[in-house]
Design a protein around this ligand. Structure first.
Ligand code: NAD
Ligand code: IPM
Ligand code: MN
Length: 353
């Protein structure tokens, strides 16, 4: 298993360090794991002037999977857009054709009190957000800021082809078929033509999955329903931008954004694995970031790219045992509860592994 590791910026190197300890432990137990490190995001801009340098592209192209920390930071927010760290992330997703982003929101029962919602609303929560990742307004042209009639205008293009919609719909239907046969497609068809096509194509694809019950919801309602009654959902499929927003919202159902892993897959399940959160500049360098989303992303990597279900479960069980033991980083600690740091959380996961 050749894994390219891109730690990135902010808390990226701190959380990736703990995930690497987990991989090293699996390696010590006989798994054939080879790690190679590369630069992406702000650290790549500092070293090479580009957020996704060609050497990084070569590295990830030759790897079976990519483990990524996070990119970005306020020091880069005024750079010309092509040099911003976030562009590096978009570039790697596009270059590797990682169109299917799986963002599972699972509440570990031990964290029911860490969620900002009432425990009974989130108890037993297990939903999967399938987010399209290489299209939509993120990549649509034309885009820009320009002068028109003596003032600046900013514009982006929301665009989806039916091929793009249909391939992500297939991923979502297949995910639903393996779970509880329930899929909710989220769009804004009452206003946006682009998402009318989304709904039409999803309905067409649904004919191939008669065992899955398909429903549709407008995105504003979905945002509300996610906090009103999140357990009504099983698999949600949506476009790039709505999926970005709804998955951050869903993370709070699980206690903290520091708990949510993700897989970004191409057609062949080659994948990039990363926590859904960002570089958290406000807490970087303090050894307080929660490394569990990144460690759980390693579990997803073993499951989806390497088909090593047993090893994936071993990691997830170790995480659960740490939580059962009462160990918490500050983002998931109850008020007044003693919190441990990033490295200590890594120690605890390793001890249960
Ligand atoms: P963020 O996700 O970095 O942080 C939001 C809040 O959640 C912050 O208060 C942060 O401290 C907290 N948080 C995030 N991860 C945490 C963890 N593991 N443990 C504990 N607390 C955690 O979002 P932001 O502040 O909007 O963005 C910061 C930078 O990250 C920006 O430059 C943004 O573009 C970038 N970003 C990158 C990615 C990525 O690399 N995939 C994702 C989102 C944002
Ligand atoms: C995410 C992030 C990225 C996105 C940014 C940093 C480009 O928010 O992975 O959720 O919007 O996709
Ligand atoms: Mn996001």
């Amino acid at each position: 298993m050749k894994i390219a590791v891109l730690a990135g910026d902010g808390i990226g190197p701190e959380i990736i360090a703990q995930a690497i300890r987990v991989l090293d432990a699996l390696k010590a137990d006989g798994m054939s794991i080879e790690l190679e490190h590369g630069l992406i995001g702000g650290c790549a801009v500092d070293a090479t002037g580009e957020p996704y340098p060609e050497v990084t592209h070569q590295l990830v192209s030759n790897a079976d999977a990519v483990l990524l920390g996070s990119v970005g930071g306020p020091q880069y927010d005024t750079l010309p857009r092509p040099q911003r760290p976030e562009r590096g992330l978009l570039a790697i997703r596009k270059a590797l054709n990682l169109f299917a982003n799986l963002r599972p929101a699972i509440l570990y029962p031990e964290l029911a009190n860490a969620s900002s919602l009432k425990p009974e609303v989130v108890a037993g929560l297990d939903i999967m957000i399938v987010r399209e990742l290489t299209g939509d307004i993120y990549f649509g042209e034309p885009r820009g800021i320009e002068q028109r009639d003596g003032q600046r205008v900013g514009f982006n293009t929301m665009i989806y082809s039916e091929a793009e919609i249909s391939r992500i719909a297939h991923v979502a239907f297949q995910a639903a078929a393996k779970r509880n046969q329930k899929l909710c497609s989220v769009d804004k068809m009452n206003v946006l033509e682009c998402t009318q096509l989304w709904r039409d194509v999803v309905i067409e694809v649904s004919k191939e999955y008669p065992q899955v019950t398909l429903s549709h919801m407008l995105v504003d309602n979905a945002a509300m329903q996610l906090v009103r009654d999140p357990k009504q959902f099983d698999v949600i499929v949506t476009g790039n931008m709505f999926g970005d927003i709804l998955s951050d919202e869903a993370s709070m159902l699980t206690g903290s954004i520091g708990m949510l892993p993700s897989a970004s897959l191409d057609q062949n399940n080659k994948g990039l694995y990363e926590p859904i959160h960002g570089s958290a500049p406000d807490i970087a360098g303090k050894d307080i970031a929660n490394p569990l989303a990144t460690i759980l992303s390693v579990a997803m990597m073993l499951r989806y790219t390497f088909d090593q279900e047993e090893a994936a479960l071993r990691i997830e069980t170790a995480v659960q045992k740490v939580l059962q033991q009462g160990l918490r980083t500050s983002d998931i600690a109850a008020p007044g509860e003693q919190a441990i740091g990033t490295q200590a959380m890594g120690d605890a996961v390793l001890s249960h592994l």
